[in-house]
Ligand binder design. Structure first.
Ligand code: GLC
Ligand code: CA
Length: 546
């Protein structure tokens, strides 16, 4: 398989609104990111996934774009963005622009035109349908943000489709002029020297709403091949698609190099494992480690060399991993290190979400007035109307709500965590006095330095990028696997629990300890009692016949 820079790099996601505020308005901004580039360089990352910075009325914090070629005023201006791209480049960091092409804001010029009349030239850039025979919604399609996906428009007496908020009308990818306008816009950004695109809910662009098809529609891969040819093909950029519902077979369609679509997928199979099957993300069940092992092992082995995957625990839509599957009390740092080591030792491109590298945790809310996120607020209203108790709904929000990831970055122990000297747009997590970047940087045992070390290891050890994968049979709560590459074998062992666990690997001869999260001596792996959340990677000697 041909090798690309994005296979051996580590990406860091910045959610600009919550990263660093430099003008005291309580909202993170582009100069704020520039100010922290040295910090990111020290961490060692090679690319920044920049959540949307385009002009937007912020119904969904920038995932509702009203002008693709203008910068959101709160974040700065085009000159700031160009400076960010240039300053990052000087530090060996590429800027991956998050781009939303499944829908726009209802305040985008195209939609403002489109809703004027049925005859408007932009009408067909969006998806319209007549009312059903009874005058109601055209069909039963639901919005991800609760309620019907159809919104009635008085002027033309038709409905328009919005798979997210009604302020996020879906673009009609069946329209070739619309597609060309998107490609022209993408080329505008490519010409600015960006490092690639993260394509928001790209699995939805092949939708066929009349048939009730949203994800993985029949024309999806045709559109992506067309996009590739018209824009980033042959440009050596990183392109990552947010691909809900991808299986390894579907991931190959997106990312097999000879198909000329995207560099890699960002798929969510593991993320759904603590949700009740067939229900929504709010309907919780306990995570079974055996299921997590099965899903990771499946992706590691089935993708083979015919596609490329992302590795992540977190992003701006997900709760903080240490609160979710680790231990955010006594073992916060140790479980954080275990989760980091487990993930970064796998094959794929690792993504770190801002604050993950210092072990930020979920923030607890006690009232819906403390919640900013449109998704949580809509769900709250819908479930309240359906008879759920406020306490029940708030529990789901505390466990799964997107604000958990969006509280301001915790830089130091000063007021507002050093994020702003004004009033932050979303309250900081009260634990900032102990969990912050300044404290992590002065502590050689901090989680930060585990992430830094994992990134360096990846740069220097092709086995992490290219090695094969073998899951070992162990106790339920132990996640152990081997990577092999050119006569080298690494053994990765993780205790995914608060309890000690036993492993017994008498045949393994430890040559070197690559990384570990406690002080245990690792000379023999026979009858080894693992401490809670223990994690280690050792290079082992293997004879040809074992
Ligand atoms: C993606 C984004 C999410 C956004 C949605 C609609 O899932 O990650 O934040 O709300 O798409 O654009
Ligand atoms: Ca600001």
């Amino acid at each position: 398989m041909q090798q690309y820079w994005w296979q051996s790099t580590v990406v860091y996601q910045v959610y600009p609104r919550s990263f660093n505020d430099t003008n005291r308005d309580g909202i993170g901004d582009l100069p704020g990111i520039i100010e922290k580039l040295d910090y990111l360089q020290e961490l060692g990352i090679g690319a920044i996934w920049l959540s949307p910075v385009y002009q937007s009325p912020n119904e969904d914090n920038g995932y509702d774009i009203s002008d693709y070629q203008a910068v959101m005023a709160e974040f700065g201006d085009m000159a700031d963005l160009e400076r960010l791209i240039a300053e990052a480049k000087q530090r060996g960091i590429r800027i991956i622009m998050d781009l939303v092409v499944n829908h726009t804001s209802d305040e985008h010029g195209w939609f403002v035109e489109a809703r004027q009349s049925k005859a408007n030239p932009y009408r067909d850039y969006y998806v319209w349908a007549d009312p059903a025979a009874d005058g109601g919604v055209p069909n039963q399609l639901q919005s991800t943000f609760s309620g019907s996906a159809w919104q009635y428009d008085d002027t033309s007496q038709q409905y328009y489709l919005h798979l997210f908020s009604q302020k996020q009308p879906d673009l009609n990818w069946q329209n070739p002029q619309m597609r060309q306008a998107i490609y022209d816009m993408m080329n505008f950004w490519i010409d600015k020297g960006i490092g690639g695109f993260r394509l928001d809910v790209i699995d939805l662009i092949g939708k066929q709403p009349a048939q009730g098809i949203t994800g993985n529609g029949p024309e999806l891969h045709h559109y992506l091949q067309e996009m590739n040819q018209a824009t980033f093909g042959n440009r050596d950029l990183l392109t990552v698609g947010e691909t809900w519902g991808a299986t390894p077979a579907i991931a190959k369609l997106y990312s097999a190099p000879e198909r000329h679509e995207l560099s890699m997928v960002f798929q969510f199979e593991h993320v759904g494992l603590d949700e009740q099957p067939g229900k929504s993300k709010w309907d919780l069940q306990a995570l079974r480690i055996s299921e997590l092992k099965r899903v990771f092992a499946k992706w590691q082995t089935e993708l083979g060399d015919q596609g490329w995957n992302s590795l992540f625990w977190n992003n701006h839509d997900l709760p903080r991993i240490i609160s979710r599957w680790g231990n955010d009390g006594q073992y916060r740092v140790k479980s954080g290190k275990m989760l980091a080591i487990l993930l970064h030792m796998l094959k794929g491109t690792p993504y770190i979400y801002q604050g993950e590298e210092i072990g930020m945790t979920n923030r607890v809310v006690h009232d819906i007035s403390e919640v900013a996120d449109v998704e949580s607020r809509r769900m709250y209203a819908e479930r309240l109307a359906n008879g759920y108790s406020p306490a029940d709904i708030l529990h789901s929000i505390n466990v799964k709500g997107r604000d958990n990831a969006r509280t301001p970055m915790q830089w130091d122990a000063t007021e507002q965590a050093g994020f702003t000297t004004g009033q932050p747009w979303l309250a900081v997590n009260p634990n900032y006095a102990t969990i912050n970047v300044a404290a992590a940087l002065v502590d050689p045992d901090s989680l930060f330095y585990t992430y830094q070390k994992l990134i360096r290891l990846r740069q220097n050890n092709p086995i992490m990028v290219w090695g094969s994968f073998e899951l070992l049979a162990t106790a339920e709560s132990v996640f152990a696997y081997k990577r092999r590459y050119q006569n080298e074998t690494w053994l990765v062992v993780n205790n995914f629990s608060n309890e000690p666990q036993q492993i017994d690997l008498p045949a393994e001869k430890v040559e070197t300890v690559i990384i570990q999260n406690d002080e245990t001596e690792l000379t023999s792996l026979a009858n080894l009692q693992l401490t809670p959340w223990q994690s280690f990677v050792v290079k082992v000697a293997e004879s040809d016949d074992n």
